[in-house]
Ligand binder design. Structure first.
Ligand code: ZN
Length: 149
């Protein structure tokens, strides 16, 4: 495993749309492992591939629920409820802001073995999934910060 260099706000790669992964191969598994290591090294709870300069639909998440989620081609298929809370991002250091997200999401993705997984998430995990998938579409949380909060 290896640490990858983080990209920061102002880097145009963070504003580009990432491509789907056609096959979960060893290269993607290495990317997932490197992203997990990079996330932990920077005290993050999630990381998306564009944040390490790779325009692929790949996300890793660990919100402290005992799981490390490695998601390839994640897609939200259902949402419910609403939560508004503070959000930050490793690519936008020293900024935080209030962002509204769904309270519950159902997401489907491929795991590191290329198997299709469906996951119901709520609270912080749901927020994190939304935040990371936004990265895959070139969206940063600062685009969604609500004025007056
Ligand atoms: Zn982020």
């Amino acid at each position: 495993m290896a640490l990858r260099n983080l990209r920061y706000e102002g880097d145009e790669i963070l504003r580009k749309k990432s491509r789907e992964v056609p096959v979960v191969d060893n290269k993607i598994r290495t990317l997932l492992d490197d992203m997990v290591e990079t996330m932990y090294a920077n005290d993050g709870v999630g990381l998306a591939a564009p944040q390490v300069g790779i325009l692929r639909r790949v996300v890793v998440i660990d919100v402290g629920d005992g799981n490390v989620y490695k998601m390839v081609n994640p897609k939200i298929i259902k949402t419910g409820g609403k939560q508004t809370d503070q959000e930050g991002c490793l690519s936008v250091p020293e900024k935080i802001g209030m962002v509204s997200r769904p309270m519950n999401v159902r997401v489907e993705y491929l795991n590191e073995n290329g198997e299709k997984v469906e996951l119901n998430a709520e609270g912080l995990l749901a927020r994190c999934i939304c935040h990371e998938i936004d990265h895959l579409d070139g969206i940063l949380f600062i685009d969604r910060v609500e004025e007056g909060n």
